[in-house]
Design a protein. Structure first.
Length: 173
C-alpha cells in the first residue's frame, strides 16, 4: 500500500546533515524528545507543558517539520519481530535514478525510512508488515515498480542500537 503525500529524504550523504534555519521550539523538539517521549494519554500536551508553549504549537511545529522533510516519522519503536515482521532491504540504483527510486520506496506505508550509502548497494531501507506474506508482497512490488532487484537482509541476531542522535543544534536562538 502506498501513500500519496509522504515526504522522503535520503540521509547519510558525505556532506553531513543539513538543517535549515530552525526556531528554538523546532530545535528543542528535534533534540529533546528522541528519547523519553511522554507515555501519557496526551503526549503533545505534556511536551507543550515542558516547553512552555501550547499543545497546538507543538502539533503545528511537528507538522511543519514533516512538510520540510526534517521529520519523517513520529512513533513508537518496538522490539523487532514482536509485532509483525520486518527486514532491512537494499538496492543497487544508478545515481541518476536514486532520488526517483528513493521517493518511490518512501511512498510505501510499510517503509520506515530509507537512506543512501556509499556502496554498490546504495539505497537501504527498513520494511515492516503484519506477516511474512505481506512483507514479501511489498518487496516484490517495490522491485516491479522500480525495475531494480531488492535484496532482503532479515535479522539473524538483534542488537540494541540507540536511535537518538545529538544533532548539535544550538538551542539558544
Amino acid at each position: 500500500m502506498k501513500t500519496q503525500n509522504q515526504t522522503y529524504s535520503i540521509c547519510g550523504s558525505s556532506s553531513g546533515p543539513h538543517f535549515p534555519e530552525l526556531s528554538n521550539i523546532e530545535k528543542q523538539l528535534l533534540n529533546n524528545f528522541q528519547h523519553d517521549f511522554p507515555g501519557t494519554s496526551t503526549p503533545y500536551a505534556s511536551i507543550a507543558q515542558e516547553l512552555g508553549v501550547t499543545e497546538q504549537d507543538v502539533l503545528d511545529v511537528l507538522q511543519k517539520l514533516k512538510k520540510m522533510g526534517t521529520v519523517s516519522r513520529i512513533g513508537a519503536v518496538f522490539e523487532p519481530q514482536r509485532i509483525g515482521t520486518s527486514t532491512l532491504a537494499t538496492m543497487a540504483v544508478p545515481a541518476a535514478q536514486l532520488q526517483e527510486v528513493a521517493h518511490l520506496v518512501s511512498s510505501y506505508v510499510s517503509v520506515n525510512h530509507n537512506y543512501e550509502r556509499t556502496h554498490h548497494y546504495n539505497l537501504w531501507f527498513v520494511v515492516t508488515a503484519p506477516d511474512d506474506e505481506q512483507l514479501e508482497s511489498v518487496l516484490r512490488d517495490i522491485e516491479q515498480e522500480s525495475g531494480f532487484p531488492v535484496l532482503s537482509l532479515p535479522m539473524l541476531e538483534s542488537y540494541h542500537i540507540d536511535l537518538g542522535f545529538e544533532l548539535g543544534l544550538d538551542q539558544k536562538k
